[in-house]
Design a binder for this molecule. Structure first.
Ligand code: AMP
Length: 195
C-alpha cells in the first residue's frame, strides 16, 4: 500500500501515520523527521535546511525529492509506505508521480485530513507543551509565530495538491476534527474500500 497523508501542520498526519505503521507494517516516511535528523547530524543537507525550517518555510524541492527518492528504495519500503508531509508542492507531487512510475508501482490514495484552521495552532502549542513536560526537545517551529508562516506556506504551496489529486481520482477526505481513534477508524474504512 502506498499512501500520502495530506493536511496542514497540526492536522494529525504524524499521529495517524504511526497507527498505520503498526497496523500495516509499512514505514512512515516523514520528510520533516528526515530533515530534522539531517539538521541534528549537521550533514550538508541539514546545514542548508536548518534556517528555512526554523522560519517555517519550505525546504527546496530539489533537496526533499532527493531524500525521498533515496528513501523509497530502501528494503523496508518495498511493499509500501506512508508519505507524511510529502509532497508539499506541485513540483514534489510530479516528482513522486515519476518516482512511482519509474518503479512500476501505483499510489493507492491521498488521505486529506480536514481540520478547522482555528484548531491547528492550539494543537501545535499542545505538542510543544507535552514535549516540554516529558523533558523532550521542543521543535523550534512549534510556536505561534512560526506556525503562522507554516500555515501560509501550506495554503500557498500545498493546498493546490488537493485539486491535483482530486483530478486524478486519488483524493479521500477524512474528518480530522474527530477524536484520534475515530480518525483512525475512518482511514481504516477508506483503506478497506480500496483493497
Ligand atoms: P513537518 O515535520 O512535516 O511539519 O516539517 C517540518 C519542516 O520541515 C517544514 O516546515 C519544512 O520546513 C520542512 N519540510 C518537511 N517536509 C517538507 C517538504 N515535503 N517540502 C519542503 N519542506 C519540507
Amino acid at each position: 500500500m502506498r499512501l500520502i497523508l495530506l493536511g496542514p501542520p497540526g492536522a494529525g498526519k504524524g499521529t495517524q501515520a504511526q497507527r498505520l505503521v503498526e497496523k500495516h507494517g509499512i514505514p512512515q516516511l516523514s520528510t520533516g523527521d528526515m530533515l530534522r535528523a539531517a539538521v541534528a547530524a549537521q550533514t550538508e543537507v541539514g546545514k542548508r535546511a536548518k534556517a528555512v525550517m526554523d522560519a517555517g518555510e519550505l525546504v527546496s524541492d530539489e533537496i526533499v525529492n532527493a531524500i525521498v527518492a533515496e528513501r523509497i528504495d530502501q528494503a523496508d519500503a518495498a511493499n509500501g509506505f506512508i508519505l507524511d508531509g510529502y509532497p508539499r508542492t506541485l513540483a514534489q507531487a510530479d516528482a513522486v508521480g515519476s518516482m512511482l512510475n519509474d518503479r512500476g508501482v501505483e499510489l493507492d490514495a491521498v488521505v486529506e485530513l480536514v481540520v478547522d484552521d482555528k484548531a491547528l495552532v492550539g494543537r501545535i502549542l499542545k505538542r510543544a507543551e507535552d514535549a516540554r513536560a516529558a523533558g523532550q526537545p521542543v521543535r523550534k517551529d512549534d510556536n505561534a509565530e512560526v506556525f503562522d508562516e507554516r500555515l501560509r506556506e501550506y495554503y500557498k504551496k500545498t493546498a493546490p495538491l488537493i485539486g491535483y489529486y482530486y483530478a486524478k481520482g486519488k483524493l479521500v477526505g477524512v474528518d480530522g476534527m474527530a477524536t484520534i481513534d475515530d480518525v483512525t477508524k475512518e482511514i481504516d474504512g477508506v483503506l478497506v474500500k480500496l483493497s
